[in-house]
Design a protein around this ligand. Sequence first.
Ligand code: KG4
Ligand code: ZN
Length: 357
Amino acid sequence: MSEKHPGVGHLTPPLGGWEVGVVILAIESSCDETSAAVCVDGKILSNHIANQTVHEKYGGVVPELASRAHMQNIVPVVDIALKNAFPQLQTPDSRLQTINAIAFTNSPGLIGSLLVGAQFAKSLALSLGKPLIAVHHMQAHVLANLIGDPRPSFPFLCLTVSGGHTQIVLARSPLQLEVIGETIDDAAGEAFDKTAKLLGLPYPGGPLVDRYAKEGDPLAFKFSQPQIPGLDFSFSGLKTSVLYFLQKQPQGFIEEHLADLCASVQYTIIQILIKKLKKAVDQTGVKEVCIAGGVSANSGLRTALQETGAQLGWRTYIPAFQYCTDNAAMIAITAYYKYQAGQFASLDASPTARAEW
Ligand code: KG4
Ligand code: ZN
């Protein structure tokens, strides 16, 4: 591996005899989480995340405030990630010297947020004289399934469900990922957050719907499911269906039936997702099935995937909770594969808000 780049090496002296391989520092700043992670030969040593609570009172992420919060958080977050990865090293310099490459999220995301992470990563790469690796956020969500064990073997299918995306991805190898289905309007996370808002819940509503749904009856209320051909999804109709339903109800209805409403909304979203996943398995014949992205933290979806898999003979995989929502560990693992393939970015790399695969 050391031929690929001069930055590669085995770092015995500063680590007191502990031999390590390729050390990657990864940075994620695409939306409202500032995160840094360190991995060694694809094994995650640390993954630190600073959540931005500033957006709660606005009912959604405010891009300008997100960029400012990233500015504030990024240096301390990287410092903590390096300290957690290498507790035996006493100084910032000795920890920085362990790094073989610096990775950052290049797209998609909020442009101001992406710029903060990219600029920090590029400056650090220049000052340390180490290579830079640009990572696609959605590809990283998929590869979060390769952190830890058990992990899927290739080819596998991944349902990636986040606040901005809903996709079914066919992964042939770590760097050969193909989107075979996606939403034509809202993402699954948006469906959770927008219906949660209609129910008077604060942003982001997804985790709260999950919590209330545990006490409710998923069949209490019936909401419409879209009839979209192929492997694509649509969620905008669900929000309208919930809105019209609530408009017909008397005062106090939501408070009285909150758990049942959450359970029914969650059930509908899960039905839509699992139906398409079954179709994707039928079409591809691939029975290694993963989920990823913020909505894969949803307890109902996790259970539905496991139950469907058990019924239909799939092998199913779900990332640990901390690797479902936005995190830098998934950027680090993706960067590790790009490092091995020699896919480095130049110092004039510039993030983009939207990016094709
Ligand atoms: O992947 P992610 O952290 O950020 C994006 O890349 O968008 O996903 C955030 C989304 C939000 O819509 C949030 O409400 C949803 O994931 N989410 C959940 C749960 N945890 C996070 N939705 C349903 N149930 C959950 N437990
Ligand atoms: Zn994400």
